[in-house]
Design a protein around this ligand. Structure first.
Ligand SMILES: NC(=O)c1ccc[n+]([C@@H]2O[C@H](COP(=O)([O-])OP(=O)(O)OC[C@H]3O[C@@H](n4cnc5c(N)ncnc54)[C@H](O)[C@@H]3O)[C@@H](O)[C@H]2O)c1
Length: 451
C-alpha cells in the first residue's frame, strides 16, 4: 500500500478538525513572533496553546499584562480572558496540541555563525511528546536544509516514528514586522514548504484559517531560502543607501532628498532609507546563515558580506559626524556629555536587540565621553548576552534641564512619541541619523548635523 492511501483517512480527519476549529495550535516561543501568531489564530476562533521556557511571559499572558510594548494591553487582556487560549511552560502538555509551531530564536554565536541551540533544544523537548498525526512547523529564520537535516532526524530518532508516514513536518518563515501599522501577522502572505504533499496540504489548510494568503512552494528548503532572500535583499539595499549617504554627504548633496525624488519613479526603484547601522534580530543576522551554509557548497557570498561590512561600518561614520558636530562647537568627545535618543533599533517598538545605539554608546564611552540614553519604549536596559555591561542602565527623563545638560543629542531612532520641537528649543547640538529634524521650524544654523 502506498503512503498516500495509508494516510488519507488521517489527513481528512485532521483537515476536518481545522475546518471545524477543533484543531489546537501549539506555539513554542512566545516572543515578538510567537505572541502575535497566537493572537492571529485566536482571533479566528482557533484554540491556541502557547509554550515558553520564560515563566514571566506565561505569567503575563495569564494575567493579561503586556510584555511587548507595541502589542498593547487590550490584546493581552483578551487573551487572558479567552477560554480557547492558554499558555504554559509545561511541555508535558504538548500532546494537547495538534500542530506545534516553533518560533524560537536563531541568533549568531560568538564567531558570527548560526546558533541553532534554541531550535535544537526545543525540538529535543518536543520529540518525546510527538504522536501520530502531529504537525510540526518551524517558523524561525534559518539556513536551507534545517528542517530536513536537523529537525526531522531528531524527531524521528527520538520518537521512533517516520516523518514520511506518521507525522507531518513543514517550514513556514515568519514575516512579522513588529510595529508596522499596515501589516500585522494576519495580513502578511505566508510562504509554506512541506516535507511531502500531505504536510504541505495540512500546513496550508491551517494557515488559510488565519492568514490572508498562503503561498505554497516546492519543499522546506525552498521556503527556508525564500526568507533568507527577503532579508538579504533588505540588507544589501540598506547597505547601498548607507554607502550613498556617505558619498553624497561628502559632495554636499542630501541623500534623503535624492532618495525621495528617485522614489517618484513608478517602476524599477524601491525606496530604502539610510540609518545609523543595522539592528534587530533579523537583518544583521540572517544573511550570515546563508553565507555559512554556502561554504559547505564551496560558494562565496561576496555581495552579502560586502553589504554586512558597509552596514557594520555605519556607526563609525556616525561617530565621525558627531566629532565634527562637537568640533564646530569647540568641544572634544573626551569629556563631553552625549545623549543617545532611541535605544530600540527601529521606531515605536521596544526591541533593542543588535541596536546600533549600543555600538555608539560603546564607541563614545571608549573615547572618554559621558554617555546616556533616552527611550520612551525602553525605560531600563534588560540583561542580555550581547550588551551585559549596559544592563540596568535607565533612560534619562525627558525634562528640559536634563536635555540641556548634554553637549550633543544624537538621534539614533525616530520614535513617534518624542517632542522633537522641544528638542530644537533645548538641545544646543543635534546629530540626526534619521532625517527627522529636516525642515523643522526653529532650527538654528549649525544646530543640526545630518549623519
Ligand atoms: N522579531 C522579528 O521581527 C522577526 C521577524 C521575522 C522572523 N523572526 C524570526 O523568528 C524567530 C523568533 O524571533 P523572535 O523575535 O520572536 O524571538 P524572541 O526572543 O522575541 O522570542 C523567542 C521566544 O522563545 C523562547 N524560547 C527560547 N528557547 C525556548 C525553548 N527551548 N522552548 C520554548 N521557548 C523557548 C524565549 O523565551 C522567547 O520568549 C527567529 O528565528 C527570528 O529570526 C523574527
Amino acid at each position: 500500500m502506498n503512503k498516500e492511501v495509508a494516510t488519507t483517512g488521517v489527513l481528512d480527519e485532521l483537515l476536518g478538525k481545522i475546518e471545524s476549529r477543533t484543531y489546537t495550535v501549539g506555539i513554542v516561543g512566545l516572543g515578538y513572533v510567537g505572541l502575535p501568531l497566537m493572537w492571529t489564530f485566536h482571533q479566528k476562533q482557533m484554540p491556541v496553546l502557547g509554550f515558553d521556557i520564560d515563566e514571566s511571559k506565561i505569567t503575563h499572558i495569564t494575567n493579561g499584562t503586556p510584555y511587548i510594548k507595541h502589542l498593547g494591553e487590550e490584546m493581552m487582556q483578551k487573551l487572558a480572558k479567552s477560554d480557547i487560549c492558554d499558555a504554559t511552560s509545561d511541555f508535558e502538555r504538548l500532546p494537547e496540541a495538534d500542530a506545534i509551531l516553533l518560533c524560537v530564536p536563531t541568533p549568531l554565536d560568538n564567531h558570527r555563525e548560526p546558533d541553532m541551540s534554541f531550535v535544537e533544544k526545543t525540538v529535543r523537548a518536543i520529540a518525546p511528546h510527538l504522536r501520530k498525526g502531529h504537525l510540526v512547523i518551524l517558523e524561525s529564520t534559518t539556513y536551507p536544509g534545517t528542517t530536513e537535516d536537523l529537525i526531522i532526524p531528531i524527531l524521528e530518532e527520538a520518537s521512533g516514528m517516520s516523518a514520511d508516514s506518521d507525522f507531518y513536518v513543514a517550514y513556514s518563515p515568519e514575516r512579522e514586522d513588529p510595529g508596522n501599522e499596515n501589516f500585522n501577522t494576519a495580513k502578511i502572505p505566508k510562504v509554506v514548504g512541506g516535507h511531502g504533499a500531505d504536510a504541505l496540504k495540512l500546513a496550508t489548510a491551517l494557515y488559510d484559517t488565519a492568514i490572508v494568503q498562503t503561498v505554497p512552494v516546492s519543499d522546506t528548503r525552498t521556503a527556508e531560502a525564500v526568507k533568507l532572500t527577503e532579508n538579504i535583499f533588505r540588507s544589501v539595499n540598506i547597505a547601498l543607501v548607507n554607502e550613498l549617504k556617505v558619498v553624497f554627504q561628502a559632495m554636499g548633496i542630501d541623500v534623503h532628498e535624492v532618495i525621495d525624488a528617485a522614489a517618484t519613479k513608478p517602476f524599477g526603484f524601491m525606496k530604502f532609507t539610510p540609518g545609523p547601522g543595522l539592528g534587530g534580530h533579523c537583518i544583521p543576522i540572517d544573511p550570515f546563515y546563508l553565507t555559512w551554509k554556502a561554504r559547505e557548497y564551496e560558494q562565496n557570498t561576496r555581495f552579502i558580506e560586502l553589504a554586512g561590512e558597509v552596514n557594520t561600518d555605519m556607526p563609525r561614520y556616525v561617530v565621525r559626524r558627531t566629532i565634527e558636530a562637537l568640533n564646530s562647537h569647540k568641544k572634544a568627545v573626551n569629556g563631553s556629555r552625549i545623549l543617545l535618543l532611541g535605544l530600540a533599533y527601529k521606531p515605536n517598538v521596544d526591541d533593542d536587540r543588535e541596536s546600533p545605539t549600543y555600538k555608539l554608546m560603546d564607541y563614545f564611552t571608549g573615547m572618554g565621553a559621558e554617555v546616556a540614553y533616552y527611550d520612551p519604549f525602553v525605560p531600563v536596559i534588560r540583561p542580555s548576552r550581547e550588551h551585559a555591561h549596559w544592563a540596568g542602565t535607565t533612560s534619562v527623563p525627558w525634562e528640559e534641564e536634563v536635555i540641556r545638560s548634554y553637549d550633543v543629542v544624537l538621534i539614533a531612532t525616530d520614535h513617534k512619541n518624542v517632542d522633537y520641537d522641544a528638542l530644537v528649543d533645548w538641545a544646543e547640538c543635534i546629530v540626526d541619523t534619521r532625517n527627522i529634524m529636516n525642515n523643522r521650524d526653529g532650527v538654528a544654523e549649525g544646530q543640526v548635523w545630518k549623519a
